[in-house]
Design a protein around this ligand. Structure first.
Ligand code: SDX
Length: 428
């Protein structure tokens, strides 16, 4: 049995700090008394070694390349489950019974409406606006139309807010897409399941019958499942931080959308396709771009490669890579970008620079290939990531509120000017 405490020797004294045990994975040193006892704080830029909370939702092992949703391996979930069931699992901790599933699905359909005034809000955005900026604004605006979902206190109020958010967010994602395409927006169709409904709202053309392609729906469902949660990543930590001030769920999710937009995080799926297109346009010489990625003088990074936690293959990337092959085959699509991605992966994974730094393809490396095959424009890729990550954001926010985590307020090591007196401008 490992030690259950650590001893810090400082200033000639020993200080003991208890270790918080885990079910699996990292154990944590509880340093809540560190500053009172030693006057010291810890410093960990980017929180690479710092746990922000105790959670029961998602576990990932970066060395083994393992990912579990509420204990279920992502490989089994991706193969056997569906996105609505995964949303229930993440929110409630257990796979639903038949009755629980249909009650959950019916509740989402019951709230499957977005106030017409929000359409006026969409109209004021220029068509050139990036969909993630539109989505973040619309998500925050939802608060105005659902005041009950703002300062939730009970589990029941929280579950209602979660179902309202899930029901409406897919409309906002579909409507954001329609805006960028200059198309009229569609309302939902409650005869369809969640993913089919999103697909029809996003892609149904005016004055045409719309046929649900099961190959497309299956691919979308799998991608949404694979993006559903990923423990304390940047955007989830943002949702938790904003929610820790008891800000409402919708505004907290809006902050998460903005964090996900960044090209180092969810925005990487868009950056990957732009990178692959650039390589293709430049003659397809992948070795040239691997060399650029290694060159410290060059700011170019291999987008879709590397991960803060995974130092092995991202299990989601493995599943998506196989799905990309399958879907392009089923849809009869040849995509040069997929060939370039596979060449890039092969060259990089044989290169010491990537091997030494344990840089492998992550979830974003292949996902854009599938989105493109489904007819989704590059600028919408991160909106698709957000739609997938929504249940994870909500589940983590719910856990933080129900466990009563304190308001997030980190400290700092100050290296600025020492105390000094004000000097009038005439004397400067
Ligand atoms: C997501 O956290 C999550 O779980 C995120 C996510 C989720 O589901 O929520 O998994 C989704 O955000 C996936 C990541 C998508 N981002 C990208 O693909 C952008 C490209 N990747 C990198 O920018 C980077 O790998 C990060 C941001 C993902 C991780 O950065 P870290 O952990 O801060 O690592 P680092 O920047 O300190 O890099 C360590 C070394 C450095 O070299 P040295 O200083 O040691 O010489 O590796 C190098 C980096 O220069 N490096 C890369 C690289 N990624 C890291 N070099 C070239 N190309 C890259 N992609």
């Amino acid at each position: 049995m490992s030690d259950n405490k650590v001893i810090l020797n400082y200033d000639g004294k020993n200080f003991e700090y208890p270790i918080v045990d885990s079910t699996i994975g990292d154990r944590g040193i509880d340093i809540s008394k560190l500053r009172d006892q030693t006057g010291l704080i810890t410093l960990d830029l980017g929180y690479k070694n710092t746990g922000a909370t105790i959670s029961e939702i998602t576990y990932l092992d970066g060395d083994k390349g393992e990912l579990f949703y509420r204990g279920y391996p992502i490989e089994q979930i991706a193969e056997k489950s569906n996105f609505t069931e995964v949303m229930y699992l993440l929110l409630h901790g257990e796979l639903p019974s038949t009755e629980q599933f249909s009650s959950f699905e019916n509740n989402i359909k019951k709230y499957n409406f977005v106030a017409d005034e929000l359409k006026k809000l969409i109209d004021v955005f220029p068509r050139s606006a990036h969909p993630m900026g539109v989505l973040s604004s619309l998500t925050s605006a939802l608060t105005a139309f659902n005041p009950k979902a703002v300062d939730v206190k009970s589990k029941e109020e929280l579950d209602l807010a979660a179902e309202l958010m899930i029901a409406k967010f897919s409309h906002l994602c579909a409507w954001t897409y329609r805006k960028t395409q200059g198309l009229p927006i569609n309302h939902g169709d409650n005869s369809l399941n969640y993913v089919e409904n999103f697909y029809k709202m996003a892609f149904r053309l005016p004055y045409e019958e719309f046929e649900i392609d099961p190959v497309v729906v299956e691919a979308l469902d799998k991608l949404l499942i694979l993006h559903a949660d990923h423990e304390q990543n940047c955007s989830t930590s943002t949702v938790r931080m904003v929610g820790s001030a008891h800000t409402g769920l919708f505004a907290s999710i809006s902050a998460g959308v903005s964090a996900l937009w960044g090209p180092l995080h969810g925005g990487a799926n868009q950056a990957v396709i732009e990178m692959l297109e650039m390589i293709e346009k430049d003659g397809g010489d992948v070795s040239k771009y691997v060399a650029k990625a290694k060159d410290k003088e060059d700011s170019f990074r291999l987008m879709g490669f590397g991960h803060r936690v995974y130092k092995n293959f991202d299990p989601r990337a493995k599943i998506i890579k196989k799905a990309a092959d399958d879907i392009l085959g089923k849809l009869g699509i040849q995509d040069k970008a997929l060939d370039i991605a596979m060449q890039l992966e092969r060259v990089a994974l044989e290169d010491d620079y990537f091997v030494e730094r344990k840089l492998y393809p992550n979830v974003d490396f292949y996902s854009g290939i599938i989105y493109r095959a489904l007819g989704i424009p590059t600028e919408m890729f991160t909106v698709m990531f957000a739609l997938g990550r929504l249940p994870g954001w909500i589940s983590q926010w719910k856990e933080m509120r129900l466990k009563g985590d304190p308001i997030g307020r980190p400290r700092q090591v100050y290296q600025g000017a020492e105390k000094r007196n004000y000097v009038d401008i005439a004397s400067r």
